[in-house]
Ligand binder design. Sequence first.
Ligand SMILES: Cc1cc2nc3c(=O)[nH]c(=O)nc-3n(C[C@H](O)[C@H](O)[C@H](O)COP(=O)(O)OP(=O)(O)OC[C@H]3O[C@@H](n4cnc5c(N)ncnc54)[C@H](O)[C@@H]3O)c2cc1C
Length: 495
Amino acid sequence: MLSRNVPPPIRARRYSSSPAKRSLPSLISRRVKPVVPRRFAAARSASEDDVLTADVVIVGAGIVGLFTAMELLRNQLSVLLLERKGLCAGATGAGQGYLWMAHRSPGTVGWALAARSVALWRRIVQQDDDLRATIEWQACGSLLVSNGEGESASLSERQYALNSVGLKASYLDPRRLAELEPGLVPPRGGAGLLVQSDLQINGRAAAHALLQRCRANPGFGDLMGPEGEVVGLELAAGPGGSHVIRTAGRRIHARHALVLSAGVWTGDLLSAATGTPAWSHLLQPRRGHLLEMPRPEGMPPVTHGIMEVSYTKHYTAASTPPPPPSAAATAASSSAEPADITFTATTSANGNLLIGSSRESNVWDTDPSPAIIAAILQRAATFLPGLRSCADSAAAAAAAAAATGGNSYSDAVAGLVVRVGLRPYAAGGLPLVGPVVGSPGLFVAAGHEGSGLCMGPGTGELLVRYIRTHMGASGQDTRSFDDLLPDARLRASLV
Ligand SMILES: Cc1cc2nc3c(=O)[nH]c(=O)nc-3n(C[C@H](O)[C@H](O)[C@H](O)COP(=O)(O)OP(=O)(O)OC[C@H]3O[C@@H](n4cnc5c(N)ncnc54)[C@H](O)[C@@H]3O)c2cc1C
């Protein structure tokens, strides 16, 4: 049973880009025959109406599942992608879109995966101009900003660390920072660190574009909505057998590999598949809110991706217990721990501001919280004074909602859109990428917390190396990423 964190079934909904309605039999017959005969086929049996078979079955159409699908197709393997809701139903739909190195720690495995991924992102958009435009690729650079002198010293240390591995980072004193971003006034004369090579994309647009490219490949099929919800997994008894994936009304066979890339819900799927409950505890949500709103009149534009430097604690903590909430953690929260609020801001391609962000441990509810919205804007206004009146009206809206016991935020700020997503946090702060020991043909790619959009391409590449090794290919070097192996992550979390 996959019950604990699986929301109740939703109304039938399919991915809505063209073709609007896709019947499965026609999808299969249209896609399989011309290019890859017999690799991905619908087989009929007396007992089951629809039995589907693919080389690899992927559960979860977030950014990680999509990049894995792309890489498998590139390696001539057929793919069936299963998604119980629709694109961007998980964390991918809420991501701010930073493809950044500035806030990571050189020399760590997280750095290596991010660096490889950014290189792959660059290659992908170099080869595909349409994709570059569709995903709103912005070479806007990143700015880490400090909150007073103590933090400014940490910016200098970071500048040194980044420069020493060849990533150009420039320290900006308050005067130079003000010249670069006139609307930014960090508290207590804080300084900045500029990494001009950092990038930004629109994560939702990227997910849609990747799915479209997968669908253009005859070796690909997908089931979106309730018919794509995995409700049971039967693992093969031994090497060489195929795994069986059960959805409502269908049995699906994964000929070579089953990939679980279901974000924070991966833990429960793994527990159900392997009978090991610890997997469920290994992956937990860190709920995040992201605000999209028009730039207030008179406020100077935000031209870089910006983040307060204390945000880096979420990345230096890899392989250590989760850090305590920061001094900035002020907001009311529905979880037992207070929410962690750390300032981020950028401008999307349509000119709107994207303001973040919050982290709440172990909160599964994805309804926007007026208190968190107000706390994010309050924090942002301490760096961007042009947001002060928006922050005050959001605080008033949150107080009104608290007084009535409601959760409306519609009066907070004109034109405000709120995205809420569950960052898949794996204990220790690193993702799980690789095979599951004792279950040949079962693979995991999950737990990217606040970095999945950035790390998607490298994750897909790495996972496919493991799958190819499992299928008998040689020379698939994965050693530098051993710390990400699911069993290594599980062991580390139990220490
Ligand atoms: C506010 C916020 C800001 C962020 N900003 C950034 C950023 O700037 N840069 C960055 O790199 N990352 C960022 N992230 C993190 C990033 O969004 C995530 O790391 C990433 O989206 C995770 O992708 P995923 O594919 O692993 O999971 P998800 O996107 O959660 O996808 C998992 C999918 O699996 C499906 N699923 C679950 N169970 C089943 C089942 N039983 N059957 C079928 N399907 C199932 C779900 O419906 C879901 O669609 C941010 C996240 C948040 C919340």
